[in-house]
Design a binder for this molecule. Structure first.
Ligand code: UDP
Length: 342
C-alpha cells in the first residue's frame, strides 16, 4: 500500500510544491488548509500539474483541536509535514499574540493528535531565522541558535523545542525532523504555482517581480553599507522545487526507519551566498527586463550574512540543491507573467 503523508498548510507556497513532489514520488497526500493566506486556485493547479483530480482536501484549522484530532482518526498517516503557520515577520512584531496563538497551538494540536493515534513521523518546517546573526558562516546544524528577532522567529525556535521534547518523551512513537530553510524563491517550472503574497510583499524576490511587472514602482534595496563585498546583505536563495524535494527525501528517511536519531535537524540551503545586488542584477540579465530600484536605509532586524553548510543534508538525505539562481529567477518571472495573464 502507498504511504500517506498529511501536509498541513498544503495549499500555501511551500506546501503546494511539496505536495506536487510527494505525489510525483509515488506517495499519497492529504492536503489540509484553512485557506487563511491562500485560495483554492493553487490547490486546483496542483491537481493539474500532477494529473490527480482526486487529492483529498480537508478544509480545517489546526487551532481547532477536535478538527486536528478528527483528521488523524479519519486517515492513517505515515508522516505529517507541518506548514500551517503565519509567516509575516513585520506583522508578528505588531501582533505577537496572533502569531504565538496560531503557530504554537496549531503545532501542539498536530502533536497531540499524532500522540492520540499512537504516534507518527513529524516533519517541522523550521527556518534559518533560528540562527539569528551568526558569528561564523556558513552555518552548520551545530551553529548555536540565537534569540529570535521577532515573534515569528520565536515561534520557529519554540516549535523546534516542542518537537524535540515531544519526541524524547514519546518512547519512540513520535519521530521528528526539523528542516531549517534558507531563502526559498522561484516557482514551479509549469508556472502554475508559486508565491502569492497578499498585499505588499516583504520578501525580496516577490518585490522584484512585482516591480518588474509594474505592480510596484520601485524596489528599495535595504542598505548597501554592510560589511560584505558589495555592501548588500548575503543570503542563501534556494529554489522552491529543490526545497520541496528535500522534504521527499526527509519523509522517506523517516518512513523507512533510516534515521540515526529520533529527532534530526537538517539545513536546507545551497551553500552559495548571493548578495541582494547580485540577485537584482541576475534577475535583470536572465529575464532581459529593467528593474527600477534605489538604495534605501537598512531594514531593522536584518542580518548581514547567512548561508548554509548543507553537507549534512547532502550526505544523510542524499539530497542536493540543483537549480541555478538564474533558472530560479527565470521561474519567478514566468510565474509573475502567468499571474498577469501574459
Ligand atoms: N530586501 C531588500 N528589499 C526588499 C526586500 C528585501 O533589499 O524589498 C533584502 C533584505 O534586506 C535582505 C534580503 O533582501 O537582505 C532578503 O530579504 P527577505 O525578506 O526576502 O528574506 P530574509 O530577510 O528573511 O532573509
Amino acid at each position: 500500500m502507498k504511504k500517506t503523508v498529511l501536509v498541513s498548510g498544503g495549499a500555501g507556497f511551500i506546501g503546494s510544491h511539496v505536495t506536487v513532489e510527494l505525489l510525483q514520488a509515488g506517495y499519497e497526500v492529504v492536503v489540509a488548509d484553512n485557506f487563511s493566506n491562500c485560495d483554492l486556485t493553487c490547490f486546483e493547479d496542483v491537481k493539474k500539474i500532477t494529473g490527480r483530480a482526486d487529492i483529498p482536501l480537508e478544509k480545517i484549522d489546526f487551532c481547532d483541536e477536535a478538527a486536528a484530532k478528527g483528521i488523524f482518526k479519519k486517515y492513517h498517516f505515515d508522516a505529517v509535514i507541518h506548514f500551517a503557520a503565519f509567516k509575516a515577520v513585520g506583522e508578528s512584531v505588531a501582533e505577537p499574540l496572533k502569531y504565538y496563538k496560531n503557530n504554537l497551538v496549531s503545532f501542539l494540536n498536530v502533536l497531540e493528535a499524532a500522540k492520540e493515534v499512537g504516534g507518527c513521523n513529524v516533519l517541522f518546517s523550521s527556518s534559518a531565522t533560528v540562527y539569528g546573526e551568526p558569528e561564523k558562516v556558513p552555518v552548520t546544524e551545530d551553529t548555536p541558535r540565537q534569540p529570535a528577532m521577532s515573534p515569528y522567529g520565536n515561534t520557529k525556535t519554540m516549535c523546534e523545542d516542542i518537537l524535540q521534547d515531544t519526541v524524547k518523551a514519546s518512547g519512540g512513537t513520535i519521530k521528528g525532523i526539523l528542516l531549517r530553510y534558507f531563502n526559498p524563491i522561484g516557482a514551479h517550472p509549469s508556472a502554475l504555482i508559486g508565491e502569492l503574497p497578499r498585499g505588499i510583499p516583504n520578501n525580496l524576490v516577490p518585490f522584484i517581480t512585482q516591480t518588474a511587472i509594474g505592480k510596484r514602482e520601485c524596489l528599495s534595496i535595504f542598505g548597501n553599507d554592510y560589511p560584505t563585498p558589495d555592501g548588500t546583505c548575503l543570503r542563501d536563495y534556494i529554489d522552491i522545487v529543490d526545497l520541496a524535494r528535500a522534504h521527499v527525501f526527509a519523509v522517506t528517511r523517516m518512513m523507512e526507519g533510516k534515521m540515526k536519531k529520533d529527532c534530526e535537524i537538517f539545513n536546507v540551503g545551497t551553500g552559495r551566498p548571493v548578495s541582494v545586488m547580485e540577485l537584482v542584477n541576475a534577475f535583470q540579465k536572465v529575464n532581459n527586463v529593467k528593474l527600477n530600484y534605489k538604495i534605501a536605509a537598512r531594514r531593522p532586524g536584518d542580518v548581514t550574512a547567512i548561508w548554509a553548510d548543507p553537507t549534512l543534508a547532502n550526505k544523510e538525505l542524499g539530497w542536493k540543491a540543483e537549480r541555478s539562481v538564474e533558472d530560479t529567477l527565470k521561474s519567478a518571472w514566468a510565474w509573475e507573467l502567468h499571474l498577469a495573464g501574459k
